[in-house]
Design a protein around this ligand. Structure first.
Ligand code: ADP
Length: 721
């Protein structure tokens, strides 16, 4: 049965939240799948054994388990190894669709849960929200609190914003961002897309996705620009990955991998070891004029495929070996049995997550500074879902990022009319440990209870490059899965700055441009740069010789259209990546001798820095702060918003004071002995009336002065060295 193409494929109303589920890898003590593909019994028994000692009994669910699964329902760790967050509180009044898993974890961790919010006026340690609420600031009032959403992340993870962020990085680091399919934003790049298609020697297939879409809604395939159903609404066109890796069942699948951005200050990213593989329900064949409308064989979305009779729900672990939703680790073993080097694949996937997050970080910083402009701001963290497809040649590619991956652990009944929620084993095995470890992680409790710190240290890449360290690094990369199998590890493992910091530190580069951008916007009011501010930027940075006002306006309008698909108005402003496109343009004009765009841009940024010093802006002093944490591992903490550093350090200390682990005491001793922070905070300008000496205020004042043309009289920022 085929699912016919429709531009309004309605998202089926299931238990998935608007964003679909993510995937993660959680290796097991023994392989799930035997080298003989059909001998699944051993795999199930292995899985049973590995789970058995990890969990203890839990209430029976609505699922009627078979004799196999009767010993399998996910259970909590034995008491002696069990971790608690006793004495910590969580507000779940806005967890909504996340409630069941979040409450379950909070209860098991013995937290004080406030499902209706706290009535005594005291703050909670964690606030769990299902979306980013506009009144976040008034709900979470203390810098000590952790809240599971970053302001602005919903927008930043949308298909078009993500494409724009990755596009900027592709221009700077072309070799390192090949993991994202070639994409065009419609209507702005329609002509470019048409031109591209004309140049193709043979017809290729493309996938068209509405920007706001989720669960596969409104998606269709085309092989010619004429087939576009709508050229005026904002859409993304992407090269269709027509040669996916297939298992013997010939069903297309992709992975949902979960990552957690633990904090911005310091920047810290973790990946979850277990994830999900979502399978189509009809056999895959390369798209042709005859089959391209059969979405059951081209899209993996649960909400779409569950309506097909061929959908295989898994009530047991045996089922999931052939199910439409499998554990990522199961599929890795199935791939391994077919010769795929899954260690390598997992390594590549983790790098995709680090690179993609680093591409998004500049705007996350800006949104944070804008949103919490007048308050200390809590520590935000966020569980993200990365959708990854693997090509036939085993290369993983990123398809999209979900800022709110479904955390539901139930699905609807199997009969079409049965809407009773049924516990989903696969979802539980992935999401319960994910949420539990996220709670432990953000309260700095993860390392103490799961031995994750010991392992993470062993895994952590040296920040300093040396031949010995590189050898060690390569060895660890090779042995990653082996180590996970042998040792009990937390569900989450650090991938930045630990593990992949060394390989990717050069990609954390655009924060330099963010600091420049922040000096010419009024971050309190907006995170867009207007034409007036751009003119001021050109003047203050001595760039008047590279572009005339007319040329600037033309370029501005062109970039504005690319970002918004609208004609610009006098009050219009460009977002950060629009400003960056202008910087690219200026750097090519100003430094044409640069070996690459990156080289020219680096020269331009240095040039702007030097020019702005004349006006009292010593932006090098405002930048990222890096602190070495441990001499043995050379691990580094990177603070992207220096002025926020002190408050977060204070909050981390107060949180940690509940349980000072030996590791923490050791790190703390190292810190104190180095009189951290080494880079002291710049002082506010004299004459600023606002009491706060936050970085934003200081930059705002600078920006206002620069924009008002009064900057030549500004005092220099005094910096303590
Ligand atoms: P949505 O947010 O609506 O789920 P996605 O971008 O995740 O949109 O796409 C839905 C599904 O379409 C994916 O799960 C994947 O199976 C398929 N898909 C998306 N992009 C591509 C692509 N470039 N090549 C091949 N398949 C794709």
């Amino acid at each position: 049965m085929g699912c016919q193409l429709s531009s309004t494929v309605a998202p089926c109303n299931v238990f998935e939240s608007p964003e679909p589920v993510t995937k993660v890898f959680k290796p097991l003590d023994k392989p799930l799948v035997d080298s003989k593909p059909d001998n699944n019994n051993n795999a199930v028994i292995s899985l049973q054994k590995s789970l058995k000692h990890r969990y203890k009994s839990r209430k029976a669910s609505l699922v009627s388990y078979t004799s196999i699964t009767s010993i399998l329902p996910p259970k909590w760790p034995e008491k002696d190894t069990m971790c608690t967050l006793r004495g910590f509180s969580i507000d779940t009044s806005r967890a909504k669709s996340n409630s069941s898993v979040v409450s379950m974890c909070a209860q098991r961790l013995e937290m004080d849960e406030f499902p209706e919010g706290r009535s005594d006026g005291k703050p909670c340690n964690i606030y769990w929200h299902n979306i980013v609420y506009h009144d976040l600031k008034s709900v979470v009032k203390t810098a000590e609190a952790r809240v599971n959403k970053f302001p602005g992340m919903t927008e930043l993870a949308k298909k078009i914003s993500l494409t724009q962020a990755i596009h900027s990085m592709q221009q700077l680091f072309p070799d390192e961002f090949r993991f994202y399919p070639k994409s065009w934003i419609i209507p702005a790049q329609l002509a470019e897309f048409q031109h591209y298609c004309k140049g193709l020697s043979e017809k290729s297939w493309f996938i068209v996705k509405p920007d706001e879409g989720s669960q596969g809604a409104g998606i269709y395939l085309i092989n010619s620009p004429d087939q576009l159903q709508n050229t005026s609404d904002r859409h993304l066109i992407q090269e269709y990955v027509s040669d996916p890796f297939l298992l013997p069942d010939q069903l297309k699948f992709d992975f949902r991998v979960y990552a957690v951005i633990k904090s911005l200050n310091p920047l810290s990213i973790y990946v979850a070891r277990e994830g999900m593989a979502r399978f189509c329900t009809e056999k895959y064949e390369k798209p042709t004029g005859l089959n391209f409308e059969n979405l059951f064989s081209h899209l993996t979305n649960y909400s779409l495929n569950k309506s097909n009779n061929s959908y295989i729900h898994s009530t047991t672990l045996r089922d999931q070996l052939k199910g439409s939703k499998r554990l990522l680790s199961t599929v890795f073993h199935q791939m391994e049995a077919r010769g795929v080097r899954t260690r390598r694949l997992w390594h590549e996937i983790k790098l995709i997550i680090v690179k993609t997050t680093l591409a998004m970080i500049p705007e996350v910083m800006l949104n944070y500074e804008h949103y919490f402009r007048d308050v200390p701001g809590p520590q935000c963290f966020q569980i993200m879902g990365f959708d990854i497809i693997v090509r036939k040649d085993c290369m993983p590619l990123l398809l999209e990022v979900n800022s709110a991956p479904s955390l539901t652990i139930e699905h609807s009944g199997f009969a079409e009319t049965d809407l009773t929620p049924v516990r989903s084993l696969v979802d539980e095995l992935i999401k319960v440990p994910l949420v539990r470890d996220s709670m432990l992680l953000v309260l700095n409790k993860l390392d103490e209870n799961n031995g994750a710190r010991i392992i993470a240290n062993a895994d952590t890449l040296s920040w300093e490059s040396s031949s010995i360290n590189e050898q060690r690094t390569n060895h660890i990369a090779e042995d990653d899965l082996g180590m996970i199998r042998r040792k009990k590890k937390a569900h989450l493992s650090e991938i930045f700055p630990g593990r992949y910091g060394q390989q990717s530190k050069h990609l954390l580069f655009l924060d330099r441009a963010v600091y420049l951008f922040m000096q010419f916007i009024n971050v309190k009011q907006s995170i867009l740069i207007t034409m007036g501010s751009l003119k001021s930027f050109i003047k203050k940075c001595n760039l008047s010789d590279v572009i005339t006002n007319d040329e600037l306006e033309k370029k501005f309008n062109q970039i504005y259209f690319y970002f918004t698909s609208k004609e610009s108005q006098p009050s219009s402003g460009l977002p950060f990546h629009g400003f960056l496109q202008l910087l690219f343009h200026f750097s090519r004009l100003k430094f044409p001798e640069g070996e690459s765009l990156l080289d020219s841009l680096q020269r331009l940024l240095a040039f702007c820095d030097a020019a702005l010093r004349h006006y009292g802006v010593r932006s090098t002093r405002l930048r990222r702060t890096e602190i070495e944490m441990d001499q043995n591992t050379n691990s580094v903490e990177i603070y992207l918003l220096p002025s926020r550093m002190r408050q977060h350090k204070a909050s981390a200390t107060s949180t940690r004071s509940h349980f000072k682990s030996p590791a923490y005491m050791r790190r703390s001793a190292i810190r104190n002995s180095r009189s951290v922070p080494r880079m002291q905070q710049p002082q506010p300008f004299k004459g600023i009336t606002n009491n706060s000496n936050s970085y934003s205020n200081m930059v705002d004042s600078t920006a206002n002065n620069l924009m008002n043309g009064t900057s030549s009289t500004l005092p220099r920022i005094s910096v303590h060295n």
